[in-house]
Write a protein that binds this ligand. Structure first.
Ligand SMILES: Cc1cc2nc3c(=O)[nH]c(=O)nc-3n(C[C@H](O)[C@H](O)[C@H](O)COP(=O)(O)O)c2cc1C
Length: 369
């Protein structure tokens, strides 16, 4: 038995009993169809990783224009709802829960994947300059986004609500709003991105208005105790710049206490999108932010069984996500329990492709058990 004993304690989340405190965090793997339909291959993948007490399905787009990359699943039409059903059924069992991460990329998209062929829309016409868009032909510059009108903002918020309703129809137990990694929700929050002078820009309360409207649209279909929010307060990945992140995210988290959410999901400092990075001098300790939240806290980013155990033990978090470790080790909870070694992530097949690099990571063999 490894030292990670606290991870194996059950936990009640949104009224559901989870057999353990391990989370499969949202991981974009680009194995849906070109129409955003979940596939049988995805059912295999999630079933393999269903030992996690909580599965948060990969970023799933709420509108055709909400996407940045091909073969990302959606939840904005009936066919997509039907396609998710067998995937959710394959992954769920007595002892786990499955939430769906709802996603709108805003300015991180590109005209080549926009339905109208024009640059994407975002809170303000401020382009990403420090990063490149990964096009099928290689990296290209991000475009200056078009500024969202009030009607565009309403459309986006309503789409989150409709996708949340669709997620419940598909069998998910709840939804997670993707407020991290510089995507649309965070584009409204950060004052380095949001330069609006209307009621969606300026003060923190105004910059939070979009998140509030998304939450309100989602609550029309899903009770708050089945809705989580993901934030990456210390990340500047994709030019997610704010003049005072500690004040911004401290305020946002305080305000989130109003709702009685399922959980707050914090990405640890030292994570830039999907990679590990230097912890910057401005990083905000996760424990400081977690302490502001009244409900369950999930933390993800660079954790091992030992560090996960420590953050549960010291009260920072209730649940811990393991991203890259779960990609490479489908039977991760068993490996933790046995203190068995971990396999490494392969680059090939990480984003898109076939079963290779997706469902072909081995489980421990009988001899290793
Ligand atoms: C292949 C890959 C895809 C990812 N896709 C998403 C995503 O769809 N949504 C999201 O919020 N984070 C995404 N992430 C970030 C992870 O959820 C997680 O925060 C990150 O991998 C750090 O955790 P780890 O150190 O345990 O891997 C992705 C990471 C990887 C490696």
């Amino acid at each position: 038995m490894s030292t990670a004993n606290r991870l194996f304690e059950p936990f009640t989340l949104g009224g559901q009993k989870l057999a353990n405190r391990m989370v499969l965090p949202p991981l974009t793997r680009s194995r849906a169809t070109d129409e955003g339909l979940a596939t049988d291959l995805m059912a295999d993948y999630y079933r393999q990783r269903s030992g996690a007490g909580l599965i948060i399905a990969e970023g799933t787009v709420v509108l055709p224009q909400a996407t940045a990359y091909p073969r990302v699943p959606g939840l904005y039409n009936a066919a997509q709802v039907e396609a998710w059903k067998p995937v959710v059924a394959a992954a769920k069992h007595d002892g786990n829960a499955m939430y769906c991460q709802l996603w709108h990329v805003g300015r991180q998209s590109h005209s080549t994947v926009q339905p109208d062929g024009l640059p994407p829309k975002a809170p303000s016409p401020v382009p990403i300059t420090g990063f490149k868009y990964r096009s099928p032909d290689g990296p290209v510059a991000y475009e200056t986004p078009r500024e969202m009108s009030e009607a565009d903002i309403q459309e986006a918020a309503t789409a989150f609500g409709a996708a949340a309703r669709n997620a419940m129809i598909a069998g998910f137990d709840g939804v997670e709003l993707h407020g991290a990694n510089g995507y649309l929700i965070e584009q409204f929050l950060d004052d380095g991105i949001n330069r609006r002078t209307d009621s969606y820009g300026g003060s923190i309360e105004n910059r939070m208005r979009f998140l509030r409207e998304v939450l309100s649209a989602v609550f029309d279909h899903v009770p708050p105790h089945r809705v989580g929010v993901r934030l990456s307060p210390s990340s500047t990945w994709m030019d997610a710049i704010d003049s005072d992140k500690r004040r911004l995210f401290g305020t946002v988290i305080n305000r989130l206490n109003e709702f009685g959410l399922a959980y707050l999901h914090l990405v640890e400092p030292g994570i830039a999108g999907s990679s590990s990075a230097e912890v910057s001098a401005e990083a905000i300790p996760t424990a400081d932010l977690a302490a502001l939240f009244d409900g369950p806290v999930i933390v993800t980013g660079g954790h091992t069984p030992e560090t996960a155990d420590a953050v549960i033990e010291n009260g920072t978090a209730d649940l811990v996500g393991f991203g890259r470790l779960f990609i490479a080790n489908p039977d991760l909870p068993r490996r933790f329990a046995l203190g068995a070694p971990f396999g490494d992530v392969r680059k090939r097949g990480l984003y898109g492709g076939t079963a290779e690099g997706y469902t072909d990571y081995p489980e421990l063999s009988a001899a290793e058990l």
